[in-house]
Design a protein around this ligand. Structure first.
Ligand code: ARG
Length: 235
């Protein structure tokens, strides 16, 4: 026994919002795998328990509701560390850098948001991508209708079926989609939002946070982080 208090005996429960490949998604057999899953597995190993993943809407994760109500011990959801979220969650050290990107169907490239005047742009509800595009539309007074989808799969489906002219989400997620669906979509523009992902625990759970940070530091030191990066993100 590690002495770190956990909600359920023998398990490290992880809240996430599927799908979010390459960070967390079901493989062909239905098992949830990915970059975040592999890193949290290292935390579970350190605690001598197994990771148990709970799929739940992103809203409850980022608002702190799930962690603070005891639905799970840790959140691992390709979640960007923001000042607002820091008020309701305690974040680990950053484990991944990301930016926002605009994806369009191949052959329908645009370089700027201005070129999307009169069109619909899709985004994933509750995310930093949604915040970013809404802010751009407001500040630049763009004639764009922002449409929010409940998860990444719904957003990508909307783009594939022309319900939206373009879609905003994190760049690594588009890179993965393009790898899995070659030739269908391209990243038309990038927005340098300078985001960093963090794992989160319930506010005040210093013991678990310390274990998460120690596992991350050890993985960076012993090459496991690089191995996991190669497996899920690429070279
Ligand atoms: N990085 C973005 C954010 O924090 C998107 C995360 C969405 N994650 C997910 N598992 N659905 O808002």
């Amino acid at each position: 026994d590690s002495g770190v208090p956990l909600i359920k005996a023998g398990a490290l429960t992880t809240c996430t919002h599927l799908p979010y490949a390459p960070f967390q998604a079901k493989d062909a057999s239905g098992k949830v795998v990915g970059f975040d899953v592999a890193l949290i597995d290292l935390v579970a190993t350190k605690l001598a328990v197994t990771q148990e993943i709970i799929d739940t809407p992103f809203e409850g994760i980022k608002s702190g509701a799930d962690l603070n109500s005891g639905k799970c011990d840790v959140a691992a959801a390709g979640m960007t560390i923001t000042d607002e979220r820091k008020k309701v969650l305690d974040f680990s050290d950053p484990y991944f850098d990301a930016t926002q990107a605009l994806a369009v169907q191949t052959g329908k490239e645009v370089k700027t948001l201005e070129e999307l005047a009169g069109k619909r742009v899709g985004t994933q509800g509750g995310t930093t991508g949604e915040d970013y595009i809404k802010k751009q539309v407001e500040e630049k007074k763009l004639d764009i209708e922002v449409v929010s989808y409940k998860d990444l799969a719904a957003l990508q489906q909307a783009l594939a079926t022309n319900q939206v002219a373009a879609a905003v989400n994190d760049l690594p997620v588009w890179n993965e989609y393009i790898k899995a669906n070659p030739g269908k979509v391209v990243v038309a523009a990038g927005f340098d939002t300078g985001e960093q992902y963090g794992f989160a625990v319930k506010k005040g759970n210093a013991e678990l946070l310390k274990t998460v940070n120690e596992a991350l530091a050890a993985a960076r030191a012993d090459g496991k982080y690089d191995e996991i990066y190669k497996t899920w993100i690429g070279e």
